[in-house]
Design a protein around this ligand. Structure first.
Ligand code: ADP
Length: 337
């Protein structure tokens, strides 16, 4: 509704500008035409020299009247044309102005909506751990016989909440960095990036006895920024481990086409519903609460960061459900050569 109102306001402004210009030109054309008509039709002096020819004496008067009548008629015809043209311009410019206003405001509106949603989501995520800490501290303060062990357990729980807040602020910072950033790109050997990323997540995998396999030729290099690519794969490997059962496998494979490297990260985890797939890369989106939110930590920022990193590399990222179980994230990145 607000968007429609703003579009109308801007369209009104466009229309006012167009009509001012049109009316200014019309007035000039009218002025010029009447001057020309005046010069052409109402020159001073008799039309015919009556003395030289033997003509009735009131002939000049009759010519004069006819000339004046043609002058007035031509003047009103010019005026009519100009009014008609301006009416046509008014209608056409009205539609055009609305169309242009709509097009101008649409991206601004979308950016505004996205910012509002982001602020609302971020404040919601911030509020939850803060409220939990506040409640615990308030209850503890009301207890006059608070024991040391209880105090310690409250502090421990507060520390956990604080660590969640740290994760959230780090996630937000990363997102802001990759959203506004431009990356210095060079040739990066993809196998090495995958090895480094899996090494970083080794402990996490070992804790769940998950096997991490890499299947990649040595010589595939992409054009990119190494730290950002590591960040991208760490997010995907982290998720693959987080959403997989113990003793399963996560495989990373790299192939290439003429222009692109294709990297697939496949897990045997909980997978996702088809209806969740279109939202999976949105900020703060977390799939079905019963399956992931309750027992897995996270804020739904990882895949949004991953998507932004891939976009900055002019690549693409998709996810598909595996036939048996789990999911596969497929990334395409431009080759460096
Ligand atoms: P987070 O993992 O912190 O919730 P992400 O942005 O990394 O946030 O992921 C968004 C959601 O996508 C997750 O909440 C989870 O539901 C789903 N998801 C991501 N990776 C996987 C995966 N490998 N298997 C199943 N679901 C996944």
């Amino acid at each position: 509704m607000k968007f429609h109102k703003n579009s109308l306001k801007l369209a009104g402004l466009y229309l006012a500008i167009i009509m001012t210009i049109s009316l200014f030109f019309s007035a000039s054309i009218y002025e010029l035409s009447t001057q020309e008509l005046d010069r052409g039709l109402r020159r001073p002096g008799p039309i015919v020299d009556l003395q030289q020819r033997d003509l009735p004496i009131d002939l000049n008067q009759r010519f004069e009247n006819a000339r004046n009548a043609s002058y007035e008629e031509a003047k009103s015809r010019v005026l009519e044309r100009l009014v008609f043209t301006n009416l046509m311009i008014l209608v056409a410019a009205g539609f055009l102005s609305y169309y242009l206003a709509h097009r101008t405001l649409k991206p601004i509106e979308e950016a505004n909506d996205s910012l509002e949603r982001f602020t609302a989501d971020a404040s919601h995520e911030l509020r939850t751990p803060i409220a939990a800490m506040q409640a615990e501290i308030e209850v503890a303060l009301m207890n006059p016989r608070l024991k040391l062990s209880e105090t310690k357990s409250i502090l421990k729980s507060n520390l956990e909440e604080l660590s969640k807040l740290t994760d959230l602020s780090e996630g937000l910072l990363k997102l802001a960095r990759v959203k506004n950033g431009r990356l210095p790109k060079q040739s990066v050997a993809i196998k090495k990036v995958l090895q480094d990323s899996t090494n970083d997540k080794k402990q996490l995998a070992e804790a769940k006895s998950i096997k991490l396999n890499i299947d990649s030729a040595k010589d595939i290099s992409v054009l990119g920024d190494e730290p950002s690519l590591k960040e991208l794969f760490k997010i995907l490997i982290d998720n693959a481990i987080k959403y997989s059962p113990d003793k399963s496998e996560v495989s990373l494979s790299v192939t290439k086409t003429k222009k692109e490297a294709l990297i697939a990260i496949t897990d045997q985890g909980i997978g996702m519903k088809a209806s969740e797939i279109p939202h999976i890369f949105e900020r703060f989106y977390r799939a079905d609460s019963s399956r992931s939110k309750d027992n897995k930590e996270g804020y739904g920022l990882g895949l949004a960061i991953a998507k932004n990193i891939v976009d900055l590399h002019q690549g693409s990222i998709d996810v598909s459900r595996n036939l048996s179980s789990g999911s596969t994230f497929s990334i395409k990145l431009p080759l460096s050569e």
